[in-house]
Design a protein around this ligand. Sequence first.
Ligand code: B12
Ligand code: SF4
Length: 456
Amino acid sequence: MKTTLINCAAKASKKLDGTRVPLGCLYLLAAAREAGFNVRFRDYQLQKLKDPLDPISFFRFIEDDSEVLAISCMSNLLPLVLAATRVYRSRHPSRKIILGGIGPSGVAERLMAEFQHIDVVVKGEGDAAFPELLKALEKKRPLNGVDGLVMRDLNGKVHAAKPVKRIRDLDKLPLPAYDLVDMRAYEGTGIQTARGCTYPCTFCDVSSYWGFNTCYRSLEPVMNELELLEKKYHFDKVNILDDTFVIDPQRALRFCDAFLKRNLKVGWSAYCRVDSLTDEVMEAFAKAGCYRLFLGIESGSNDILQRISKPIDHDMLFRTVKKAAGYFIIRTNLIWGFPFETMEDLKASVDMLLYLKVLGCDVSLSLLSPLPLSRLYNEYMHDIVLREGFQSGMVSSRFYLPDGGDIVDGKPDELVSLIWKHPDIFPGFYTFKDGLFNEKVDYLISCGLEIEKLAR
Ligand code: B12
Ligand code: SF4
């Protein structure tokens, strides 16, 4: 059974990140190989296209003679995937189209009800579900026995199988299939030492995607993989992709010990919560090659931090960030546009932004995105609005065209009309309704912030 897996990621603006090794897909390829499947793989981000957001470009990219087409994407490129696969289905009515990853997973049932040309969405972790799905397709067995799938029954009714069981022992997973791609084609790479997050931050969809569970790898295989990335693939920097690297400070310290004992030289960065960074952890990180931290600070207002279930004491925050900025490059993002945000809250965030800039942090302020699996979206799902020129920050930056134009502002095209038509499938492009919105924009502009940056 000829099968192709596609990573739908795109570098749609010069300002955005470089190409990254698609770790999720490499895990899937490794799992499929272990189960005896030879899956072809193509990565859209490596295409040099004038307009990667053109559905026809993506349609041409996915065209081949496979009987099964599987695509991975985040919410930002889901409209592109759905538009291009519609054309694909019209050309190849008997072929199977499977979607997976956090973009389709978060809206799986609604998507399957509205987009009849998609055969299956795999919800959540795919390492077990993907090979099981391929086996079922090959043997023409019913798909409802495979955990994690959302499909249609014979009457066309959308049906969800049991949720996928989280893989507890990550050490049993085969190494991501680095050998199946040209690693030299990528500008950066990452590594996972753990999967999932247990924190309840209401604006984020990571915890619910991974089922509010964190599973850890042992440090020995993690060091082996870092060594491979450094010595065999010659990366001088690796990003640790764990959602929050320091959930267990003792493990973070053991990671640093193991790193030093191996005599690894590769620089690394990680995502951390400010409240998890003790002085001891920061000192150990600095000694063990950490050069950059992404810190989730989110807001300058204590009230907002309480309401989004991320209470962080500001005195502690200032002290920690000041110390961290002495050791590492600090990247952080503040969010505006919470449905309950007052003018005072926003002003507190601008003050925080200025303070962080003074400390030398690389800080941005972006408009909150109603992510489908987040608690905030589920509470306020009927109060979202698509604003011209103000797409929400989490997903929209990929929708700015390379020439600097913005497709929501520009001439309506297929993707824009899809987004307009299905707020419940593409909520990430919307913003929460806010009676103070215009006043807030005026205030932000009066502070000298650039509108183009604020809109993202
Ligand atoms: C690393 C990372 C990046 C990297 C690169 C990602 C890459 N290598 O492809 C960079 C920095 C480029 C990036 C950019 C963006 N990112 Co990002 N990123 C992450 C991060 C931290 C880790 C992703 C990862 O590699 N995980 C490890 C692998 C193993 O997991 P995985 O990819 O999810 O794959 C597993 C399953 O999802 C599933 N699966 C995945 N695809 C498929 C496909 C099929 C067919 C099947 C069966 C299963 C399946 O199986 C895999 C193995 O278990 C996540 C946080 C997170 N925990 O997910 C955010 C995250 C995915 N990013 C996010 C966002 C919003 C973005 C941006 C849109 C931000 C922006 N405004 O620009 C861009 C878009 C990038 C693009 N190219 O289009 C959001 C997505 C929210 C959403 N609902 O879509 C997340 C969840 C962060 C967050 N807190 O909200 N990102
Ligand atoms: S914002 Fe960070 S700590 Fe909070 S749930 Fe999301 S990944 Fe976890």
